[in-house]
Design a protein around this ligand. Sequence first.
Ligand code: NAD
Length: 361
Amino acid sequence: METAFNDFYKGKRVLVTGHTGFKGSWLSIWLHEMGAEVVGIGLDPYSEKDNFVLSGIGEKILADIRADIRDGEKIKEIFATYRPEIVFHLAAQPLVRLSYEIPVETYETNVMGTIHVMEAIRATDSVRVGVMITTDKCYENKEQLTGYKEDDPFGGYDPYSSSKGACEIAIQSWRRSYFNPADYGTKHHMSLASVRAGNVIGGGDWAKDRIIPDCVRALEAGKPIEIRSPRSVRPWQHVLEPLSGYMLLAQKMWKDPTGYCEGWNFGPEPDSVLTVWEMASAMVDRFGYGELKDVSDPTAWHEAKLLMLDINKAKTRLGWRPRLDARQCVTLTADWYKRYQGEDVYSLCAEQIKDFYKNRI
Ligand SMILES: NC(=O)c1ccc[n+]([C@@H]2O[C@H](COP(=O)([O-])OP(=O)(O)OC[C@H]3O[C@@H](n4cnc5c(N)ncnc54)[C@H](O)[C@@H]3O)[C@@H](O)[C@H]2O)c1
């Protein structure tokens, strides 16, 4: 596949944790399309309708490994066997509401899982670049109108967000302690960065409590789409946007290991925000049928209302920028859900990736 990355990934050994999940399956497909040797570590997919299952990407990549990132020794063994050069760490318990029900498991997976991956990197001298995926929710949310910058304080109200804030602190510590840029070339050969993106949408996500999967489930069942937080403003972004940022960053880190090993935001343009209600309405428009129902619950668990990322650093220093506005994100997403039942899903994803980087949406 002709790529936006000048064949950088061709032949590279790339390990993706969380490859069976939503973002990880898209990343694995994109990397595979570019000729990378992809090694995936994840748990079993959640359902037969996941992008990972439908696309069959697990059978195409070099290794599709089911392992728990809470098992540090096992993760080290996998790293030793496959000797990756680049690592994208996405595996996590990523749901805010579920984190209230299983806070311990959320912390074990997100915080200790990240530490186990960093320890496996440390034990495997083939690894040159590590990109650790956290979230925009890692910042202490002050419900401010301006976007969060990379050096704003970490925090988090709920167990999920705070676990990711804790990941950021751990990543910073491992970078200072073991992968310090000042020691590059003498004590280590590693470049470690963390990346923060917000809610992403795109085909093949069926997670609970996410607006697009909720919309599609309701549309497929012929039921009204129930909207819990209709007025919440969210900065919407297609899954391919941050993934393009992660891969561009890794490429830059490979070439200049001490120049980019820090935190990076990959969000949409400030004007690419829609309320949850507007987003669901846009899905209905693109599908051509369906209706919305306001079911806001004032007694619900606290949910952060406004989160914007300041993306100037990625724009100026990486030359990255979002390609799609909020409506185009919905178009690409709705089209996947309209087409996945009758088509080869791997080809559908590859086509969407190509359309994305060729600006054909
Ligand atoms: N989807 C979003 O809107 C969004 C927004 C911000 C950040 N993120 C972050 O991006 C990453 C990927 O999110 P996603 O939406 O693809 O999530 P997902 O739930 O679809 O996928 C999670 C992946 O992690 C794996 N995993 C979970 N627990 C594991 C464990 N104990 N051991 C090994 N693997 C495990 C799962 O098997 C799956 O492959 C996460 O780190 C998440 O926090 C996602």
